[in-house]
Write a protein that binds this ligand. Structure first.
Ligand code: OFO
Length: 170
């Protein structure tokens, strides 16, 4: 049985993961409007990943006999000044999410909830990857600048990304 504070905090994080998915889908739509379909593909995959992060929290709550709650998801922004501005936003957002995950771990530790602490370690590792991949793309987007050849090549590269769902046991 989960402590009520832990249950509420995980439900809040489930909502934050759904917001992340919504944010990245909005970024995908933004890139579609700029005819950058590879950039849009990268964001669509990112949105799918976030949905899978949300579902892991959903399934954990169910597994622990807790109640899933689904409050409203905030509306994400729809416009950015440039490609660089979008990826700066992604990197900042992921750093913020890392902070949220760390806060959840702190709560689990303070409650002596070893099972939830163990479950959250997947997210701790995932956030290292999330920050690495978003800062990696940010650097490339900065390098490409507004040069059409650089943008074209990067768009092709980002168009290759595919969604790999986490294994059910993960
Ligand atoms: Fe769920 O990791 Fe990004 O936000």
């Amino acid at each position: 049985m989960l402590n009520k504070k832990m249950e509420d905090a995980i439900n809040k994080q489930l909502n934050a993961e759904l917001y992340s998915s919504y944010l990245y889908l909005s970024m995908a739509a933004f890139f579609e409007s700029k005819d950058l379909s590879g950039f849009a593909n990268w964001m669509q995959v990112q949105a799918q990943e976030e949905l899978s992060h949300a579902m892991k929290f959903y399934n954990y709550l169910v597994q622990r006999g807790a109640r899933v709650t689904l409050p409203q998801i905030d509306e994400p922004p729809a416009e950015w000044e440039s490609q660089v501005a979008v990826f700066e936003h992604v990197f900042e957002h992921e750093q913020m999410v890392t902070g949220l995950i760390n806060d959840l771990v702190d709560l689990a530790v303070s409650l002596g909830d070893h099972a939830t602490n163990n479950f959250l370690q997947w997210y701790v590792a995932e956030q290292v990857e999330e920050e690495e991949s978003s800062s990696g793309v940010l650097q490339k987007v900065k390098l490409a600048g507004d040069a059409p050849s650089g943008l074209f090549m990067l768009d092709s590269e980002l168009g290759q990304r595919v969604f790999n769902p986490p294994a059910p046991a993960e």
